[in-house]
Design a protein around this ligand. Structure first.
Ligand code: 13P
Length: 258
């Protein structure tokens, strides 16, 4: 297994934060700090829909790629309030977060809709960041692996071996999100390795080795290096700490130096 063969992806998930001027200022601050990240380290900011165009303009000619935080699965039609994959690619969006636990928890997302969104994103040329993770109660009941295996199987249902290489998987234990409770590097590695083993079962070992698997959940400037040093943790999906240029950069540099 060769971790260096995979892309390390450090992605900020801004969630419902930042007006356009605030987004511009934050990206202007991040841009020079992360300019040295190249080659196998990809830096992404996933921003609210209203900030996408601004973010794309501000990061033009930089190494920062822009992602959306959700996408609808239909191409167009009577879906008030929704945004299609084609609308995102036309803007220049490269990535999209799909199936975040906040979407699952508060907006009724299911593995079926996560799967449909992932298929739609891929067919429009977007790279999906598919989020999976267990609830606190599920971990306590010792069914973390069952939960993750089910999510991986359903969320990636019908996606080909070629296409899955463009999917990023983010392991985000729900109990670690926004709580300051990080999974230990050992806990995070255990599940990320399990995800890779499931991918090998669903596809094959070579395909599983090519997929970038991120950890997310209270990743910050203090704990990133230790998490990113693990063999199956290829990057991070970062909430709170991605809203502070200095902190986000420390995480990016941990990936650069890892
Ligand atoms: P925090 O980093 O704020 O815990 O959020 C993690 C997350 O949900 C990223 O998608």
């Amino acid at each position: 297994m060769n971790k260096n063969a995979r892309k390390a992806i450090i992605a900020g998930n801004w969630k419902m934060n930042k007006t356009r001027p605030e987004a511009k200022a934050l990206l202007e601050a991040i841009k020079p700090l992360v300019a040295n990240a190249e080659g196998n380290v990809e830096v992404i900011a996933c921003v609210p829909f209203t900030n996408l165009e601004t973010a794309i303009t501000v990061t033009e000619n930089s190494n920062i790629k822009i992602g959306a935080e959700n996408v609808h699965f239909e191409k167009s039609g009577a879906y008030t309030g929704e945004i299609s994959a084609d609308m995102l690619t036309e803007l220049g969006v490269a990535y999209v977060v799909i199936g975040h636990s906040e979407r699952r928890q508060y907006f009724g997302e299911t593995d079926e809709t996560v799967n449909k969104r992932t298929v739609a994103a891929l067919s429009a040329g977007l790279k999906p960041i598919v989020c999976v993770g267990e609830l606190k109660w599920e971990r306590e009941c010792n069914i973390t692996e069952e939960v993750i295996a089910r999510q991986i199987k359903l969320d990636l249902w019908g996606i080909s071996k070629e296409d899955v290489k463009n999917v990023v998987i983010a392991y985000e234990p729900v109990w670690a999100i926004g709580t300051g409770l990080t999974a230990t590097p050992e806990q995070a590695e255990e599940v990320c390795a399990f995800i890779r083993a499931e991918l090998a079962k669903l596809y094959d070992a070579e395909t599983a080795e090519a997929v970038t698997i991120q950890y997310g959940g209270s990743m910050n400037a203090g704990n990133a290096a230790e998490l990113l040093a693990k063999p199956n943790i290829d990057g991070g999906l970062i909430g709170g700490a991605s809203l502070k240029a200095e902190d986000f950069n420390i995480i990016v540099q941990a990936a650069v130096n890892g």
